[in-house]
Design a protein around this ligand. Structure first.
Ligand code: NAD
Length: 444
């Protein structure tokens, strides 16, 4: 393979190179030719990505079904449409995003032309997780292309079908040299991480996030880390509990709880615990029928290892409803656990599965104290009468670093270069800078 892929000028060097090294080298060479930079090229690649999603919808939906038992509608809404919207926005906005941005002048730059010019960083490594295996590789790719970078994609080995499909098909649509897909697990990812990139965009667990950041630090490569965490929900006793529970039920059990921003646990006052339980039970029935195992809309756990980990989290807890499981189908029913305490095993790690513990607190102050005792979660859901809005996506501390989506992806994967154009005329104005700094010259 080494000899087949090597360049004419470096056949012997290439022979010794790993597959990952060769792929990265090819992406770097592509970037260095400058071909990824013109706006026409970026827009063409984004349009080709649109065609890929349009033409390969069926195969993509089938592979998501095989990997995670995603329904056709689930695949469409949460994997494909979300990427299509991101591409459309990038195509429409890339000219504006990449144009020089005027900045305020200071006294020092008053006679100069000053602006910020977004420039591509170079070669970006995108490492994706298995829970939304298509969207969480392609969303950062859209940002990388829009910003004029080359990018190497490494989808998760656990979502084998979707990862292999990306590897098999994507190169028929977009420039393979500049946007290659590398499949594989830990050894392949670690080999990739040894290479020098200009940015690493990682989505996955906090534990692996630390490995990624350590590897990137060897090259002083900046990272975006989209990690997880235990995202709490606080339900105020005076809010519309039925609506709050319906929304929590949707967010928790979609994709079988394997969503980074899924509500991890509920905090509420003891007086409403039973009401919360009843409302969630009602919504589970509405969404997935009395028997979620046969529901088209209910997913499965990604593999047996995860299945056993999630089942183990139920130890020592009280099941309010749900709890059925079938390992042969990686099925765990939507399950709610009541009167859980902060010391339980299930409260020590991100659940990332369809188990929803309820912990009771005396009120909002105790809820805040409880949340603050843990690591920073990716999201906090508060159900009260206040409005909430969201813009860029990203966490802080153990839940991540940096942010992305739309223009934020573009900026994250660009170098916002400060430019100052100083005229050679009006030299007299500079006189004060030059030594000797006599009192006379300074006007003292
Ligand atoms: P993971 O960290 O196990 O794997 C993610 C990627 O890292 C995969 O491509 C995998 O091959 C690679 N990898 C795994 N172990 C590695 C190692 N030792 N060295 C180098 N590479 C390695 O994560 P996951 O289990 O696929 O995803 C689940 C986690 O991702 C959850 O914690 C979830 O909250 C988080 N997540 C976060 C977001 C977000 O946007 N913030 C989105 C989805 C998932």
């Amino acid at each position: 393979i080494g000899l087949l892929l090597c360049t004419d000028t470096q056949p012997f060097l290439a022979w010794k190179m790993s597959r990952e090294q060769l792929v990265v080298q090819r992406a770097r060479q592509s970037f260095q030719t400058g071909k990824t930079k013109p706006l026409e090229y970026r827009i063409l690649q984004l349009k080709r990505l649109q065609v890929f999603l349009r033409e390969r919808r069926k195969e993509l939906a089938d592979s998501l079904k095989k990997d995670l038992n995603k329904s056709e509608c689930g695949a469409e809404l949460f994997e494909i449409v979300v990427v299509e919207a991101e591409i459309k926005l990038a195509i429409e906005s890339v000219a504006e995003w990449s144009a020089p941005r005027p900045v305020h002048k200071s006294l020092v730059t008053i006679s100069d032309e000053v602006y910020v010019k977004p420039e591509p960083l170079g070669v970006v490594l995108i490492i994706g997780p298995w829970n939304y295996p298509l969207a969480l590789v392609l969303l950062p790719l859209v940002g990388a292309i829009a910003a004029g970078n080359a990018a190497v994609m490494k989808p998760s080995d656990l979502s084998t079908n979707t990862s292999n499909l990306l590897k098999e098909l994507l190169h028929h649509y977009i420039d393979e040299d500049a946007y290659p897909v590398v499949t594989g697990g830990v050894p392949e990812t670690q080999e990739l991480l040894k290479q020098r990139f200009d940015h690493v965009f990682y989505t996955g667990s906090t534990t692996v996030g630390k490995i990624v950041m350590e590897a990137a630090a060897q090259h002083l490569t900046p990272v975006t880390l989209e990690l997880g965490g235990k995202s709490p929900c606080y339900i105020d006793k005076n809010c519309d509990i039925a609506i709050a529970c319906r929304r929590i039920t949707w967010g928790k059990f979609i994709n079988c709880g394997q969503t980074c921003i899924a509500p991890d646990y509920i905090l509420c006052e003891p007086s409403i615990q039973n009401r919360v339980l009843e409302e969630i039970k009602k919504s589970v029935k509405e969404f997935y029928t009395d028997n979620p195992k046969t529901s088209e809309d209910y997913g499965c756990i990604i593999n047996h290892r995860q299945f056993r980990r999630i089942m183990g989290l139920m130890e020592g807890t009280t099941i309010a409803f749900g709890g059925d499981a079938d390992e042969s189908r990686c099925y765990i029913a939507p399950t709610v656990l009541k009167n859980v305490t902060g010391e339980s095993k299930i409260m020590k790690e991100e659940i990332f599965g369809p188990l929803l513990p309820i912990l009771t607190v005396s009120g909002v102050d105790e809820a805040i104290q409880f949340i603050n005792r843990g690591e920073k979660p990716l999201v906090v859901y508060v159900f009260s009468h206040d409005n909430k809005s969201s813009l860029p996506f990203g966490g802080v501390g153990h839940s991540g670093m940096g942010h992305y989506r739309g223009r934020h992806s573009f900026d994250q994967l660009s170098h916002l270069r400060s430019c100052l154009i100083k005229q050679l005329s009006m030299e007299a104005l500079n006189g004060v800078r030059y030594p000797p700094h006599t009192a006379k010259k300074l006007g003292w």
